[in-house]
Ligand binder design. Sequence first.
Ligand code: NAD
Length: 318
Amino acid sequence: MNQAANSILKPSAAGALIIDGKAASEALLARLAEETRRLGAAGVKPGLSVVLVGDDPASQVYVRAKGKAARELGFRSEQHDLVAATSEEDLLALVQRLNADPGVHGILVQLPLPKHIQSARILEAIAPEKDVDGFHPINVGLAAIGEMKRALIPCTPAGAMILIQKTFAALGENLAGKEAVVIGRSNIVGKPVARLLLAANSTVTVAHSRTRDLSAVAQRADLLIAAVGQPELVRGDWIKPGAVVIDVGVNRVPGEGLNDRGQPKTRLVGDVAFAEASARAAAITPVPGGVGPMTIAMLMANTLVAACRWRGLEEPKF
Ligand code: NAD
């Protein structure tokens, strides 16, 4: 096993090595802090602008976390809070202002947007080179034709890909020619992950809610990625012995007992039955603590990359 790349893999009693997304994200953030200092010396301060429309509590938590990470790295960080009744035209006008602002290299409009606003219209108004979520059709298209150096890649798939590459390197294996099965075909996770794996020369199958005999398809996988949103859908006997398993799912399910406020406790589980799968997999991401922590770190990476490209500076590879 390659020791240098090995630091994110932790042994466990369950059998499989645990892919530690928290350690990987901390290492990435440390790299980003270094790169930010390097850019600072060249007179560039990466700028991230996050737009929140309405008062959805989950979105507020995500947006706060993004702003905090940006400030901690020394980015210029700004947040635009708009009331839920904001018109589509006013939101478009703000996006245009941010597109024109030379101090803003990354623009993120937090989803979901209120129902009266067409998300596609807003996302397509963001300048592709500032689209740090990677959802603009130009960025999707660049990724689809394999132009990864020009595209901005969605953060969760890009973060999952770093974990996959580090895991394969640590196991002394190569993704080229490996059977990869992605369960889920959303534009946010499933499809972009499949495109990245194809670019890495894996043989990729995308399975979804209409796939027949899903467990048999999953059992072909040397690398299984679950991005479904169904608690513990993937059972232990779906896992080919020795496979690498990446669980993107985050599902809240009832826990045991009551919390401090006397309400029933809840807990987070992935799309994979972790204990069962750990008995067969070579390596597996936990939930929480796997793919999740990589998402915000990749948003910061995309913002820094956007700043480098804007200034024509060499961009770091993550
Ligand atoms: P989505 O609902 O948009 O897509 C789910 C996909 O799963 C669909 O393509 C559907 O065809 C497929 N699917 C549904 N039921 C299925 C079944 N029974 N068998 C096979 N396929 C089935 O969800 P999404 O946005 O792609 O998110 C997927 C999961 O990843 C969710 O749990 C979400 O919370 C999580 N997620 C995590 C992060 C993160 O860690 N930062 C980011 C994004 C999404």
